[in-house]
Design a protein around this ligand. Sequence first.
Ligand code: NAP
Length: 309
Amino acid sequence: MKERIHKDVVIIGAGMAGLTAALYCGRMNLDTLVLENAIIGGQIANATDIENFPGLASVSGKDLISALQRQTESFGAVIDEFDEIERVTLKTSPKIVETQEKIYEADAVIIASGMNRRKIPLAEGRKFETRGVHYCELCDGHAYAGKIVAVMGGGNAAVDAANFLTKYAEKIYLIHRSELRADEVSQKRLFANKKITVMLQTEIKALRGDKRLEEIEIFDKVSGVTKVIAVDGIFVNIGVEPNTKLFSDELTLSASGRIVAGEDCRTEIAGVFAAGDVREKEIRQLTTAASDGTTAALLAEKYLSKLHG
Ligand code: NAP
């Protein structure tokens, strides 16, 4: 039988929004648990150069998140990154968050589950997942020391991934179906690195290999030529999708799959808040994620004060 544990607040997701919420909740002496089953830091975990976080001229995602994690934990919030959530029940009191190992009874829940990487739109993608097809450079990049890898995509995440992988791989192909939309600073670094070959207007048509990925078939849309190149791995960076599958039975989702909640982060269920990129809103930045985390935590505390009379 799973152990049942009571918490004042359970925060789902340890990106900028979730960690900021945890920092505030911890500081208000709330018994706070953060559950994260991907990587602490979320989308910015491996961003190389963040230059638009107020007060910091330039900081890596890793350094920013490590500092925030230390600050959060110093105020007593606990982060568990190994216990995956299986289901949630939000309309009851207390709310239930059931993981593989435990059942948490929470008086308030802050959902800050962010976004997941979009999967490669090829049937073979699944077959090679973790055997050559990857969605996390920070987690898996080290396995490609001295090897040849491809990065698929043309946004900031793809360009940052290619730049990051130069730490390990001997050769990197950045393969993108159209033009790059990453910012200028990251592109400059990309084109300056001799390990990287940039292939634009190029589609990835097939992945091949026996037990693991060995080669990819690519199509140059300008010349009309199809080629096969040998790679040991591919890191897919073709955008993100909201991580809301767990909540779709209980909360209203927008057309883009995000949780509908106002600027106050309150959802339609009392005591349940949505913060950061998972909330339907127009501007999604690190600063607005931190802002959401702050708002959700302060209003969760207000909700708990009322609840406990
Ligand atoms: P993104 O900016 O939405 O870019 C997605 C990329 O994937 C585009 O190049 C798009 O190509 C391509 N793509 C989409 N669907 C595809 C498909 N089916 N097949 C092939 N290519 C496909 O996503 P992102 O780069 O993951 O970044 C997500 C968010 O995080 C963005 O807001 C980004 O700015 C932010 N971010 C920022 C930083 C930073 O500031 N350093 C770092 C990482 C992420 P098309 O252009 O052809 O549509």
